[in-house]
Design a protein around this ligand. Sequence first.
Ligand code: NAD
Length: 352
Amino acid sequence: MSKSIQSINGQKIRFGAGIRDQVSQEMEASGLGKALVLSTEFQAEMAEGVAKSMGAKTGGIFSGATMHTPVEVTEQAMEAVAASGADCVVAVGGGSTTGLGKAIALRTDLPQIVIPTTYAGSEATSILGQTENGVKTTRKAPGILPEIVLYDPELVASLPVPLTMTSGLNAIAHSAEGLYAKERRDEISRLAREGIRAMAKGLPILKGDPGNLKAREETLYGAWACGTVLGEVGMALHHKICHTLGGTLNLPHSETHAIILPHAIAYNEVEVPDLLAPIVAILGGDTPSQALWHFSQKLGAPRSLLELGVSEKDIDRIIEVSLVNAYWNPREISRNGLRVLLMNALAGNPPS
Ligand code: NAD
């Protein structure tokens, strides 16, 4: 049984256990002949399974996707695309693999089919982050948005519990910042609430029962909703800090988001309490930041940057980089405020 969802950005979105085996039908329906299947090395076996189900529509597998989409890896993948004679790509994995598919699409205009296996939400955006000479840059273009997304709860069931929890909080971060985004509109605020609600319902179940397919499908729906919010409106302080921490100190993506979220929301909630009120309505608690803090504790997510190897001497550099290139945020960003936020996050103190 599969179900389709009406996307607001023109993507074809389908959900269903086992839907990963329907790639060749989707290709046939879109008039596509051969696909190069993409994955990380870690998920090569999963990619092989999908490639096998595609039969003659498989042009080959490239299992070299890595974090932050380095240009050198994309260049290697481009050689594989040329050798395979593919007229589309199939990305099987999280944001790193989706990123590689997007990087190929940007260079070739090849259509993309994505089978997401985390909750990062990249599949729902026309944003590509890539790294060249150690510098990560982000760009947005309509051709980057994947055409078809197949959400298969059976594939995400193998996502380890700690990564499930942090990846789910990463998704919530898109919706939390979407609630106060400058370009927010009713449709986006509704999706943001739905995304948070789906994660609030599914993640606690998955903590004790990671193979629960109903909760996996619920949280994949949340990933789609939160990812769509990320693609439709601009993000603010939370995403800027995480991007800075990830790029400057090479920290793991979803863990960093999970740790920073309650603190970034604490910084902004004094300015926009009404816009953030849905977080309290969904998660309970006194304030949005407290609600997120207690929710992450309940999920057993990491709560201090020290756990990721950050030290106090890194904080000044992070503050400097976070202050470069002014960006919109609901509350004016002050050096002192940033320091308080980062020191709380470093030590794993409650947000203040
Ligand atoms: P990831 O894709 O790097 O996955 C993390 C690890 O988990 C990898 O080793 C992966 O192979 C493994 N994994 C993934 N799914 C699995 C599964 N179901 N079972 C077992 N192992 C699995 O991590 P991510 O958090 O999904 O993505 C992070 C990257 O995506 C970052 O580079 C981030 O910048 C990017 N991103 C981009 C956007 C965008 O809109 N451009 C949005 C979100 C994230």
